[in-house]
Every structure is written in C-alpha cells, then in structure tokens.
Design a protein around this ligand. Structure first.
Ligand code: BGC
Length: 710
C-alpha cells in the first residue's frame, strides 16, 4: 500500500480510526518527534528565540514566526512530502491580543465585560495569523492573579474566576470557530495550567503554595470553562504547585483534566518547563524529568529536549509504551481535527490582503473604547466640548505607539498604530492642540517641564497622557513599586498648579498606584494598552461620542502594602465595626478603586430588588437617571454568610450588560441555580449545596433569602 492509500489519509473515516491507524504505523523515533516542539526564529518574548538547528521534518511542532506562509510551506513540504508518513507540523505562536491588528491587552478586554467583543477580536487575530502560517496560539491565559506586582496580570482576564472562565471561553470560540478544521481558525491553548498567578511576592516563576481549596475554587474553574468551550490544547505552567511542579503534576494534568473533565486534546509544557524542574529542586536527571512529565500527562515538550530520553526509558522498562502512545494519540487527534492532513499548506497571500482590514480596525476601536475605565470625573470635566479653542496634550504616551501596542503584541507593527497626537486634531477640529512631551517614562530629568507648562498655560484644558510604557508589564516584569515610574507624577503636580482643568489618561498593563495622582486631576480615564483602536477609542470618550462603560476586572490598591488584594476575600474574625478589627493603622483598608468600579457620563439607579424562592429568580429595576444613553454592567454577587466551609464575603455569580436611553428603565432578571450558583466548591473540587441563608446583591440593592433542602 502506498502512503497516500493508508487509512489515516482518508478524511471520510472517523477521526479516532485515523489516529489509531497512523499511530500503529509509527516507529518509536517518529513518536518521540511528535512530542517535541522546536523554535525557529524569534518571538516577542526576547527570551524565546531559536535557530531551529535541531529541526527534523518529522518534528511535531514549530514555535515562532518564521517568515509567513511561504516559509511555513517550505518546512511543511519537508514534513509532508519527504518523510515516511507525511505527518504535518503544527505551528504555534503567542497570538495574545491580536496579530497585525492590535487589540487591547486581555486585562483591558476583561474590563469591557463584553464576551462578544473578546470573541470578535480573537476571530480577527485567528484570521490574520492563520494567513501568516500559524495553526495554534498560546492563548487565552486564564491565570487568576491577586498581585499586580506580577507583570503577567496584563495577559489574563482579571481576578474573578467566573469572569476569567467566561472570557476565556469567548476567546476559544473566537480562535477556533465552530469548526477548527476550517481555514482562518487557529487552535487555542489554555494557559498556564495551573496556579501560576499564585506566585509569592509578585516574583515571576516563583513557588506557589496552593491549598486544595484554592486550587479548586480559584485557579481551576476558568480552565474548566475553557475545556468545556472546546479548547484543543492546554499549556502546563512554570510554577511548582505546593511541592509538585505543574509540568509533572499528575493530579492536575491527569486526575482533574482528563479523568474528571474528559479533556481529549494535548498539553504542551511551557518554554523549557520540563527541564526547569531541576531549578525547582525536583530532579537533575533529564530522563527522570521526561518520565515524570510524560506520565503526569504533559504530552509535548516546548523547546527543551529531555523527551529525547523516551527510547532509553522505554527500553529500560522505566516508561511504558502506552504512556507514549497516549501522548502521541492526543497530538495526532488535534492535528486531524485541525484539518492539517487535508490542508497542510497556506495560500501565500500578501499579509496586507488580510491584515488591518477596515472591519478589523473597527472591532479594535470598539474593543478599545469599551475597555477603558473612567475613574474620576469631577464636575463633569468630561466629555470635553469640541468647541474648545486651545487644548494641551502632554506626556510620553501621547506620541508612543508602543504604549498602545502593549506587551506580547505579536506582529503588531508600531508604525501602524495611531497615537493620540496623530488623531486628536480630527476630534477637535476647532481647537489648536499644544503638544509637549513633558518627560520620559523613566529617569529623573525635568527638562521638558517648562515646555509642558508653556503648552498648558496656552490652553483651556490639559490632557496628560502618562503611563508605564508598553513593556513594563508582561512576562518577567516584576516590580515592588507599581506607581508610575520616573518624574511623571511630579509633572502632573506641576501642571495641576496652573489651575487649568486636568484630564489624566493613564496607560498601563497592570493596576498602578493612584494616590499620588488622583488629587491632581479633575478627570481620570484609565486607558490601559488598547492596541490599534487606543487613540481613536480614547478620543471617542473624550468627546463624548462614546459613553464610557468599562468596569475594573481587577482591584487597584492604594499601596503595595495592601497586596494581595482582591474583592472576593474572606471575613476576618472581627468585623470592621469592632475597635480591634485588624485593619491597617497607617492606611485606609479599602482599595483605591474596587473590582467592578467604573464611572459613566450618565447615572444608573437600582431599586426594587426582589428574590423569589423556590423559583430562584431575582429581579431589580435599573434606571438610567442621567442625560445620556449608556451601558451598565449589572453584577450579581452572592454571599453565603453561614457555611461549614466558610465562604468569601461575596463572589460574582453572573453579570449582564444593559443599554438604556436617558430616563429609560428596565427590570433585570437573574435566574440562579442551586448547584451552579449557590453551591460552593469543596477542597476536592466537588460542588456542595448547604441549605440556609443567602444574600444577593446588585448595585445598591441587597436581598436576603432562605433556600431549604429539596
Ligand atoms: C511563556 C508562555 C509562552 C511561551 C512561548 C513562555 O516564556 O510563559 O506564556 O506561551 O513562553 O513563547
């Protein structure tokens, strides 16, 4: 029989049959190759570059952008046409928030609270990166952080496990579409499995001490949601989970992921994740690392090559062949499901024909303005009148496309990202814009202050565009001080002294400290790092063409001393009203801006909340009491004040967005469920419903009710 007549080549056969047929024809060497990923070219992560020296056409996967479809086809041809079985290579890359068209960083996207926007952005990213030869993205990141010193907070969807799962599922749908074998779709990879965000003191790659309870209640649920949404792959994390590194963790990778959740795709390690167990003090023997990772359920090794030990482990009886077969089966399953055997090559289209299309840029702009969060608006400073004659635009963000592109910006070319200075004139055609750089992000120089003061003095209003700079958050970007760096706060104070209304725009990839900024601005818009739509989206808000609707998906502390800080914390033994209550002596205990916070140009009022038991429905009347149409995110929080396993003060169980015209009101209904919403997750991961007293809260409203045993 010729190769092209083998049953696995026949797309009409069931996928599992094709997998078994191919597996049965493979040598051990060929199997090992399928379990390895090598790097060719460079990634946006400067640490991750490889020259592909170990490339063999039988390799399972290639990481990194390597020159587009043409280059892919050249390598793929070697695999498909010049190897015994012709197994196609799967191309992976970090497409985190867009490919050529930049979307807001995931943390910002989460603040839009709009899964359909997240899905739409990921769909564009899939289409663009697919055309460039990518099959598989290492996204979404579903880590749940409690510590903004950790630079990777920018890559996730904030601090709430339910929201991270909902947004992660939306990303999976966007990347993979309804049928992942179709052109224009890429496989998703849920990362980092699991608990990476529980790092100590904000140190990247650090040890994590995670109780069984926290594992099941906080860190695993977003991944479960992503698996249910059909994610084809997962990435095991770098962290050591309470003594067993994630990459060799049989409990999480097999007992939970496969045995309980029924996941059928494959798990790739993180970059060098398998060999890093040596640094973590697990083993220094490469064969043992390989054995431990593979038997735990880590199917593919990224970059490092400890899996080359598989043949000797099998020969010596230390590794069973069926473990190897199972891992290969999972990889092949994804390759068949992706349609790689039928369509191994890419059309060599010019990138411009699929990238930065007007409709993609429109989605990027919509996502950007929906992600920005209005934190302060004293005396309706915003929106600005478009009839202003003189506006000052000051600060390093105003001219910096990289502040909008943000970290992990894939193939976003900064020169294609419009800056505020590029576009602001269009939004204020009657105004003269007086620009001044003011100061750099970092450093001690105040040389630019005089020019900034002069610009401000000529103006009726001053827009200060300050920030972290595009790459201060991201991987390996841990800081003990999360205040704006350099002389930026001093510049703001200097400008505020002039007495003009000050609108502060802050671009960052993580929560920053506002106490030293807030008193010196009349309005504050947190603009994150919002990609191609950043400048236009921001101007839409400044002019009032868009009524800000973003709400924080992560808590902003007042001080680093408050970290870890997150909304769904547990009760202390003594209530706040007690004179010895454990709060700080030197600082207000509350966050600077809490989870869910964000202002609008209109006012929403909640009233007449009711809960019906046993129907398990709740209702509240929402009214737009202001003068502009607006979008409100309605957050439903649950409290379970008495439980055998004590529960957080409150936790989010649902959210919904409602758009209302001025004066309009609507009854918002929540249908809740005993097991899904009222039950808690115990330390083994099981849902437990304890009958009794519950409290639901929404906006300013709260209602207590009792649910009895059925
Ligand atoms: C990161 C991953 C990323 C991988 C490949 C690692 O350093 O932790 O999130 O997907 O590199 O670039």
């Amino acid at each position: 029989m010729k190769q092209n007549e083998y049953p696995y080549r026949n797309p009409a056969l069931p996928l599992e049959e094709r997998v078994e047929d191919l597996l049965g024809r493979m040598t051990l060497e060929e199997k090992v190759d399928q379990l390895m990923q090598i790097t060719i070219g460079a990634d946006t992560n400067p640490n991750n570059a490889g020259d592909g020296h170990s490339f063999r056409p039988t390799i399972g996967s290639v990481l990194s952008y390597s020159g587009g479809a043409k280059n892919r086809n050249a390598f793929q041809r070697l695999a498909v046409e010049h190897t015994r079985l012709g197994i196609p290579i799967i191309w992976g890359y970090d497409v985190i928030h867009g490919w050529r068209t930049g979307f807001p960083i995931p943390l910002a996207q989460a603040c839009s609270w709009d899964p359909s926007l997240i899905e739409a952005g990921c769909r564009v990213a899939a289409r663009e990166s697919y055309a460039a030869g990518i099959d598989w993205t290492f996204s979404p990141m579903l880590d749940v952080p409690h510590d903004p010193r950790w630079g990777r907070v920018m890559e996730g969807y904030g601090e709430d496990p339910l929201a991270a799962g909902i947004f992660g599922a939306a990303a999976v749908r966007g990347y993979q579409g309804d049928d992942p074998s179709q052109p224009g779709t890429i496989a998703a990879c849920l990362k980092h499995f699991v608990g990476y965000a529980a790092i100590e003191a904000g140190h990247d790659y650090a040890y994590t001490d995670i109780s069984s309870r926290a594992l099941h209640e906080i860190y695993l649920p977003p991944f479960h949601a992503g698996v249910k949404a059909g994610a084809m792959t997962l990435m095991s994390a770098f962290n050591d989970i309470t003594g067993t590194p994630a990459v060799v963790n049989h409990y999480t990778l097999t007992e939970v992921l496969r045995d309980r959740w029924g996941f059928k795709g494959f798990v790739v390690s993180d970059w060098d994740g398998v060999i890093q167990v040596e640094n973590q003090g697990y083993t220094s023997d490469p064969a043992e690392m390989c054995r431990a990772a593979l038997t735990a359920g880590n199917d593919m090794e990224m970059n490092s090559t400890s899996y080359r030990n598989i043949p000797q482990l099998v020969a010596s009886g230390r590794l069973e062949m069926q473990v190897v077969d199972e891992a290969v089966r999972r990889v092949l399953r994804v390759k068949f499901a992706k349609g790689l055997f039928e369509h191994p090559y890419r059309d060599e289209v010019a990138p411009e024909s699929v990238s930065l299309l007007p409709e993609s840029l429109e989605i990027a702009r919509e996502a950007a303005r929906a992600s920005m969060v209005l934190l302060k608006n004293e005396s309706d400073t915003l929106p600005l009148k478009t009839t202003l004659r003189h506006i000052a635009l000051i600060g390093p963000v105003a001219t910096d496309p990289e502040a909008s592109a943000g970290a992990w910006a894939a193939m976003v070319l900064p020169e294609t990202v419009p800056t505020l200075r590029d576009v602001i004139g269009k939004y204020f055609p009657e105004s003269e814009i007086h620009f001044a750089h003011g100061c750099d992000y970092e450093g001690d120089s105040e040389e630019g202050f005089a020019e900034a003061v002069a610009a401000a003095e000529k103006s009726e209003v001053v827009i200060m565009a300050l920030g972290e700079g595009g790459n201060r958050s991201g991987e390996n970007r841990s800081y003990t001080n999360i205040a704006l760096p350099g002389r930026q706060a001093a510049l703001l104070r200097r400008i505020a002294e002039l007495g003009r209304p000050v609108v502060l725009l802050v671009s960052s990839g993580r929560p920053i400290l506002y106490p030293e900024l807030e008193p010196f601005a009349n309005a504050i818009l947190h603009i994150w790092e919002c990609g191609h739509g950043a400048a236009a989206g921001c101007c839409d808000i400044l002019t009032g063409a868009y009524n800000p609707s973003g709400r924080l998906a992560i808590t902003f502390p007042r001080s680093v001393g408050q970290i870890p800080i997150y909304y769904n914390r547990h009760h202390r033994a003594r209530p706040d009203s007690h004179s010895w209550n454990g709060t700080y002596f030197d600082l207000d205990d509350s966050p600077m801006y809490p989870f869910g916070y964000g202002l609008s140009y209109t006012r929403f009022e909640y009233s007449q909340m009711s809960v019906s038991v046993p129907e398990l429905t709740a209702q509240v009347t929402l009214r737009n009491a202001g003068e502009r149409a607006g979008k409100e995110t309605v957050f439903w929080f649950l409290s379970d004040p008495e439980a055998k396993l004590t529960q957080p003060i409150r936790r989010l169980i649902a959210f919904e967005q409602i758009e209302l015209a001025p004066g309009e009101e609507q009854i918002v209904t929540l249908h809740f469920d005993r097991m899904r919403d009222l039950a808690y997750i115990d330390p083994t991961g099981r849902k437990v419903f304890e009958p009794g007293r519950f409290i639901l809260s929404v906006g300013s409203e709260k209602a207590e009710f009792i649910v009895r045993a059925e």
